[in-house]
Design a protein around this ligand. Structure first.
Ligand SMILES: C[C@@]1(CC(=O)O)c2cc3[nH]c(cc4nc(cc5[nH]c(cc(n2)[C@H]1CCC(=O)O)[C@@](C)(CC(=O)O)[C@@H]5CCC(=O)O)C(CC(=O)O)=C4CCC(=O)O)c(CCC(=O)O)c3CC(=O)O
Ligand SMILES: NC(=O)C1=CN([C@@H]2O[C@H](COP(=O)(O)OP(=O)(O)OC[C@H]3O[C@@H](n4cnc5c(N)ncnc54)[C@H](O)[C@@H]3O)[C@@H](O)[C@H]2O)C=CC1
Length: 172
């Protein structure tokens, strides 16, 4: 069964396997989250090539190997080979590393939500069971409209430092 968890990637190693547009999207998302990103792929498309040239990601220019997962918290298997993606998912499982298999959700242990930022809240949508990316994206797009409509009560119940405010009412 799928669950949602807000995980902290800042300063943690994320491995991206593949150099195409899906790998590029995942690499940029991981960088936005503050992760240390390594990309392994024999060749990179222009987008990831730019990130490698500017040293934003560390590029290993070769096919993926099991030891690439050493010390990694999360791996994105995003090659165009179902066999390679499945092998990465197997290695990840052996090493207890969370793995998104971009080509086959059943073989991975995590899936990527469509997300929306509302002020300092993050809302994520994933399918439970059978994947349907365009559906989760459509639901996310409607949530953005709702979040920005001003119709949702988003008042804080705690101080900005996250400590409980006791009996004090912050937003009355
Ligand atoms: C299971 C999952 C695994 C994972 O996490 O990667 C997965 C899997 C697959 N996606 C495929 C295709 C497409 N995915 C998108 C887009 C998104 N896909 C995303 C998530 C997920 N996609 C995961 C869970 C989804 C869920 O919970 O239901 C989003 C939300 C997040 C993100 O990727 O960042 C992002 C929108 C975010 C945004 O807009 O912000 C588009 C549209 C486009 O690209 O414009 C297409 C083409 C149209 C189509 O096919 O619908 C294929 C077939 C590939 C093939 O045919 O070869 C598979 C493989 C399979 O079905 O298993
Ligand atoms: N989850 C999602 O949102 C989506 C997922 N997909 C899936 O994502 C996968 C990748 O899609 P694209 O980026 O369009 O692919 P692509 O064909 O553009 O790129 C594939 C990349 O994998 C690399 N590669 C091949 N063998 C490798 C190996 N042994 N080790 C390391 N790298 C290797 C290639 O060098 C290339 O850079 C496909 O499985 C596709 O089905 C496709 C669209 C959306």
């Amino acid at each position: 069964m799928t669950t949602l968890l807000g995980i902290e990637l800042s300063g943690r190693s994320v491995l991206i396997v593949g150099g195409g547009p899906v790998a590029d999207r995942r690499a940029r998302a991981a960088l936005d989250d503050g992760a240390r990103v390594t990309v392994v792929a024999p060749e990179l498309d222009a987008g990831l090539g730019g990130l490698a040239a500017s040293a934003k990601v560390d590029w290993r220019p070769r096919p993926v190997r099991p030891e690439d997962l050493d010390g990694v918290w999360l791996v994105q298997a995003a090659t165009d080979s179902a066999e390679v993606n499945a092998a990465v998912a197997d290695w990840a499982s052996d090493q207890r590393v969370w793995c998104v298999n971009a080509g086959n959700v059943e073989q991975g242990s995590a899936r990527t939500p469509a997300t929306a930022h509302g002020d300092d809240l993050l809302v994520g949508v994933v399918s439970v069971g059978s994947p349907d990316p365009r559906r989760v994206r459509a639901v996310r797009d409607q949530l953005i409209v709702l979040l920005r409509s001003g119709r949702l009560d988003q008042r804080r119940h705690r101080r900005l430092d996250g400590r409980a405010a006791g009996r004090e009412r912050l937003a009355s």
